[in-house]
Design a protein around this ligand. Structure first.
Ligand SMILES: NC(=O)C1=CN([C@@H]2O[C@H](COP(=O)(O)OP(=O)(O)OC[C@H]3O[C@@H](n4cnc5c(N)ncnc54)[C@H](O)[C@@H]3O)[C@@H](O)[C@H]2O)[C@@H](O)CC1
Ligand SMILES: Nc1ncnc2c1ncn2[C@@H]1O[C@H](COP(=O)(O)OP(=O)(O)O)[C@@H](O)[C@H]1O
Ligand SMILES: [Mg+2]
Length: 282
């Protein structure tokens, strides 16, 4: 059993990088968010807005055509590239060179999307955050795990994890099953839950922020945007996962006394990100 670390403010301060006065958006990282399908474009709006609010200099969303007006109107700061197909992604094709890619949110599991995902995995060498339907497609094609770049960050909730690794009889058994995959493919797992636990080979990190206000649609999509943003800003993948999970949970701790657990929604995470950043640099 490797080392265990509680993610508290001290752990964040150790990893946080101040923003240079003479920076510009070209130095703040370009993140690419790939996802969306008919009826679930909100997940890309949430993830891409979270991505730019978490500090990426540039964010581009790669989405099916149905989402073009939705994303451009909802988040004018985010640029958009559309797939040729209307309702879901059938070919992942873009000319830009991002520093990080977040994929899977709202993407759906249509066979054409699965085929596009496989072709993407075969050619992609860039740092990757894999969530939601990209995880579900991987669960149906486990041999594709070997195509993931080293230190790819996977962010399953409990059900997505069960689809990926099968059932477990105890928390300890679950963590051992995850550690085995981490070591086999050199991956990082963000096990979203209460608390969220991050596994990086034999290292285990337990988050100390967050509360039940986060049990709301889209909060995981937002986390994907935040972590992708931090990787694009040149944080090491493990540090992006640690800081991202901490900030994400901290927004709920900051906001719930004013908005209650029930009325805190995923958009509130994004709106409270600035205050969360100020808490860690104060
Ligand atoms: N506004 C939007 O466009 C939204 C789009 N979403 C997308 O919808 C797709 C499906 O994601 P979902 O997570 O909703 O559906 P899933 O089918 O992956 O998970 C839902 C099922 O898993 C169970 N589950 C979910 N979270 C769990 C947890 N923490 N512990 C135990 N069981 C849990 C639920 O009980 C339910 O049975 C994804 O691509 C996601 O990105 C969702 O994020 C919701 C919001
Ligand atoms: N009761 C809870 N306490 C703390 N965090 C929670 C709770 N319920 C959910 N979360 C967090 O909310 C997020 C849910 O992610 P996910 O299920 O992927 O949401 P979605 O797919 O709807 O965006 C995770 O980060 C999880 O840790
Ligand atoms: Mg999710």
């Amino acid at each position: 059993m490797g080392d265990f670390c509680q993610i508290d403010k001290q752990e964040i301060i150790k990893r946080y990088k101040p923003i240079d006065k003479y920076t510009h958006k070209g130095l703040r990282g370009h993140a690419l968010i790939i996802g969306g399908s008919y009826g679930k474009m909100g997940s890309v709006v949430l993830a891409s807005k979270a991505c730019i609010k978490a500090g990426a200099g540039l964010v581009t969303a790669y989405i099916p055509k149905c989402g073009y007006d939705i994303v451009q109107i909802s988040v004018p700061e985010v640029m958009v590239i559309t797939d040729d197909y209307l309702e879901h992604i059938i070919k992942i094709d873009y000319k830009l060179q991002p520093q990080a890619i977040g994929i899977g949110i709202g993407m759906g599991q249509h066979p054409d999307t699965g085929h596009a995902f496989l072709n993407f995995l075969k050619m992609n060498k860039l740092p990757l955050v894999v969530d939601a339907d990209a995880l579900n497609i991987l669960s149906q094609n486990k041999e594709w795990l070997s195509l993931l770049p080293k230190k790819t960050i996977l962010t399953p909730h409990q059900k997505e994890l069960e689809r990926l690794i099968g059932e477990w009889n105890s928390e300890d058994e679950k963590l051992e099953m995850v550690r085995k995959i981490c070591i086999e493919y050199d991956l990082i797992f963000v096990l979203k839950g209460v608390p969220t636990i991050i596994i990086d080979n034999t290292s285990t990190y337990e988050n100390t922020t967050g509360n039940q206000a986060l049990a709301t649609a889209g909060s995981g999509d937002v986390l994907t945007g935040i972590i992708t943003s931090l990787v694009a800003q040149s944080y090491k993948p493990i540090d992006a996962a640690i800081i991202g999970v901490y900030l994400h949970g901290l927004t709920a701790d900051i906001a719930y006394p004013d908005v209650s657990y029930q009325s805190f929604i995923a958009s509130d995470i994004i709106e409270t990100l600035g205050e969360a950043y100020l808490h860690i640099i104060a």
